[in-house]
Design a protein around this ligand. Structure first.
Ligand code: SF4
Length: 223
């Protein structure tokens, strides 16, 4: 796909983000694909295939990055396989380099930064923009997440689902028969690695089962 990347200032991105507030996620995806072409990828935690479903309707064959920490639940790895079979994507599994002592044992507070962020940095080399399934409804720490912004790498980060509620996701999953990680049905509403992911606490939000309260974000979205 040939394309010309327009020069986008931070002010341009902020304006675009505001303009997308009242537009459907498909419009955001269309803009991102048209703007960045092959230098755009999707990242997913394999909690479900909603973003992949949405994006592949616009751009079949897009690169989808899944970070494999080596500590995922079997269900998450199975979901990755299911999504890869179901959708026309180029799945890129970004494997985390394993230190002698796993980060979740040697440095649990910085484990995500040390492991996942480094793997994402590498996966994003050569890209101009990336899409994530981040939603404001995920957690209070995400309540003000923009739809379009610039990340700390200087790349454009696009969150097409930012405005979606849990109900919006459920409705999309049902309407399009989207694969969902089986752990969701067991109460794991935000899914990370085995050592630090539990079912969400009753009434405490989707991410209440993450990191045993040590922190609220993994570092991938701290821009
Ligand atoms: Fe480490 Fe947990 Fe983050 Fe996985 S989800 S990288 S084990 S802190």
């Amino acid at each position: 796909m040939t394309f010309t990347v327009p020069p986008l200032t931070d002010d341009d991105l902020a304006r675009l983000s505001v303009s997308f507030e009242t537009q459907p996620a498909e419009a955001v995806v269309n803009w991102a694909v048209g703007c960045f072409g092959d230098r755009l990828c999707v990242t997913t935690s394999m909690t479900d295939g909603v973003l992949v479903d949405l994006v592949t309707r616009v751009r079949p064959g897009i690169e989808v990055v899944f970070i494999d920490t080596g500590l995922h639940f079997d269900e998450t790895l199975e979901t990755a396989q299911t999504v890869n079979r179901r959708y026309p994507i180029e799945l890129r599994v970004a494997r985390v380099a394993e230190p002698a002592v796993p980060f979740h044992l040697s440095d649990p507070v910085n484990c995500c930064s040390a492991a996942k962020v480094a793997a994402l940095d590498k996966a994003l080399e050569g890209k101009l923009a990336w899409m994530s399934g981040l939603r404001r409804a995920d957690a209070p720490s995400r309540a003000d997440a923009p739809i379009v912004s610039r990340d700390t790498r200087g790349l454009v980060k696009v969150n097409p689902l930012a405005t979606w509620s849990d109900g919006d996701v459920a409705e999309y999953v049902a309407r399009h028969d989207v694969p969902v990680n089986p752990l969701v049905a067991e109460g794991y509403l935000s899914i990370g690695c085995r050592p630090c992911t539990r079912p969400a606490l009753e009434g405490a939000g989707a991410r209440s089962g993450r990191w045993d309260g040590v922190r609220t974000e993994c570092g991938l979205h701290l821009d």
